[in-house]
Design a protein around this ligand. Structure first.
Ligand code: FE
Length: 262
């Protein structure tokens, strides 16, 4: 299926312009501009189109993966939107409402409110950790991509980190749309293989004795990390606490901010 998707994007007879320029000499290994990843390298093109152009067939390099996205996704999205609107299959007003929802109403501020409340209210926290769905639903945080939530608590003994190794499953009602890095091949592969290395690249260094547990999201289950309440935050109200909670701290790739000294 992935190969099909690549073939559809590439088109089996399309020509990479950079490749065509450098490719008159014949077959074999030669430097090209890889059209999907934008990285110049050595490709082993074995098929040539008439005129000596090489074909941009889907392929991989040993030193870097090719992304599936075209160079400018925004253009592709606009083209699709135009076609679907002209065919009467979508309503632009409905699209605007969806975009507004995810730009202004749904985002990490929702998750931050939940975390701040859990830091302030032990009974709420216990209920959240025991069975998150009814607690979150009562607050209005439910719906698409957030149907089956599990909240995992960071402690001095265990730091939790969330990934979706298969694609990009993410708790939209609580955190909004996932950031680009969460969907990247590198994060999805390395979060499970070398979580401490990934954490250090995010600027998170944990004590030696802290275990790292990685949770792999699925289409069924989404995770929210409940970070540890930062030192110095005693006495802050829920609004002030929520301001300390970052998106990454709820994915496990970051820590909450520490309160500024008065
Ligand atoms: Fe996924």
């Amino acid at each position: 299926m992935q190969t099909g998707a690549r073939a559809e994007l590439a088109g089996p007879h399309s020509v990479a312009p950079e490749c065509a320029k450098r490719d008159r000499a014949g077959r074999g290994k030669r430097p090209v501009f890889a059209p999907f990843c934008g990285i110049s390298g050595i490709c082993d093109w074995t098929e040539l189109a008439p005129g000596g152009h090489c074909l941009t067939m889907p392929h991989d390099h040993s030193d870097h993966p090719h992304a599936l996205l075209p160079p400018d996704p925004a253009l592709r999205v606009k083209a699709l939107e135009t076609i679907l609107t002209r065919k009467g299959l979508i309503d632009p007003a409905a699209l605007d409402e969806i975009i507004d929802t995810y730009q202004t109403k749904v985002g990490p501020q929702n998750g931050a409110r939940v975390v701040a409340r859990a830091w302030s209210d032990p009974a709420f926290k216990a209920a959240l950790l025991a069975d998150a769905d009814p607690v979150l639903s009562e607050l209005g945080y439910y719906g698409r991509q957030g149907e089956h939530m599990v909240v995992v608590e960071n402690t001095p003994e265990q730091h939790n980190m969330v990934v979706c190794t298969l694609c990009s499953c993410y708790p939209w009602p609580l955190l909004g749309i996932p950031p680009g890095w969460y969907k990247s091949d590198a994060y999805r592969a390395r979060a499970v293989r070398a979580p401490r290395a990934v954490l250090s690249e995010f600027g998170v260094t944990l004590p030696e004795g802290t275990r790292v547990r990685v949770w792999d999201s699925t289409a069924e289950v989404r995770y929210l990390v409940l970070p540890m309440r930062p030192e110095g935050s005693e006495g802050l109200d829920e609004d002030a606490l929520a301001a300390l909670v970052t998106r990454d701290s709820m994915v496990g790739t970051g820590l909450p901010k520490t309160p500024e000294a008065p």
